[in-house]
Design a protein around this ligand. Sequence first.
Ligand SMILES: C=C1C[C@]23C[C@@]1(O)CC[C@H]2[C@@]12CC[C@H](O)[C@@](C)(C(=O)O1)[C@H]2[C@@H]3C(=O)O
Ligand SMILES: O=C(O)CCC(=O)C(=O)O
Ligand SMILES: [Fe+2]
Length: 325
Amino acid sequence: MAVLSKPVDGPEFGLSPIPVIDISDPESKNALVKACEEFGFFKVINHGVSSELVSVLEHEAVEFFSLPTSLKTQVEGYPFGYGNTEIGRNGDVGWVEYLLMNANLDFSSHPFLPGHLKNSETFRNALLGYTTLVRKMTCDVLEMINDGLGINPRNTFSKLVSGENTDSIFRLNHYPPCPLINTNTNGGNNVIGFGEHTDPQIISVLRSNNTSGLQINLADGSWISVPSDPSSFFFNVGDSLQVLTNGRFKSVKHRVLANSMKSRVSMIYFAGPSLTQRIFPLTCLIDNEDESLYEEFTWSEYKNAAYNSRLSDNRLQPFERKLFR
Ligand SMILES: C=C1C[C@]23C[C@@]1(O)CC[C@H]2[C@@]12CC[C@H](O)[C@@](C)(C(=O)O1)[C@H]2[C@@H]3C(=O)O
Ligand SMILES: O=C(O)CCC(=O)C(=O)O
Ligand SMILES: [Fe+2]
């Protein structure tokens, strides 16, 4: 469990600057590009994903996390399966328990699911329904971004995350109420649920219950709280999309603070490419005077490096080109 050395403020009040994008409106493509450039983060509304499906999956997750630890415990297959407190295997800890799984497997024979869930048809159906709809929404959003950037063909980004072999991950996180929190005078707290990091994949899609805790880091280095909204989805630009856009989009640093009173339950779909996919800045996004900021790598190379790093490391640093001007 990590305790921040300096308490942070919790700016829960006032208007949130987080961009809200109506994806039912094709004209939102420019707002999407702007959000990816300025925040690397945005909230999506009018998405068409069934709230009933989301509720069933959340209910199943709550039931699962309420089981005794002995029934949730990890099976073989790092990083997948159940875990608590430890995030990754490089010393990161947080006030969280989670279930991590590959989102492209047949869930009926999923090797990483604890027996209780593997045998639950309700859970398997909800998971399959949810990941199918969220993948489709992700592709729609990537295509709108594609249009907004004026790139051809339209599926340049979406095809990276839509094939059979794509390496997408699904994560359920549960942050129980934390009795160790000292609430400071500004209403903030000092216990980390999930430490600061950027997501390695192309784009991540997060949905949570009505408990806040997620914060994003702005360009000026300050942290702002993301007001919870169970009926919307929050999108994060990942490191790979930062590289594909030659740094025009920034992968957003984010973290989760624990809550003393309420449980937070979140579900995140990490849209990743196939392991052999080569990642490099798209030529059409390199301005004439600019140069490519990154060396080419495969997703597998990047992922291996990422999984050997700490959460807060700048995982793109080894792939940055040394430019001499
Ligand atoms: C400490 C780690 C956990 C993580 C792998 C890593 O070594 C660094 C990146 C972490 C992260 C953050 C986003 C996702 O939650 C995640 C599944 C991912 O792809 O990268 C986690 C990894 C994890 O929990 O194993
Ligand atoms: O649980 C959350 O709200 C965010 C977790 C997160 O950033 C992650 O799992 O990568
Ligand atoms: Fe994340």
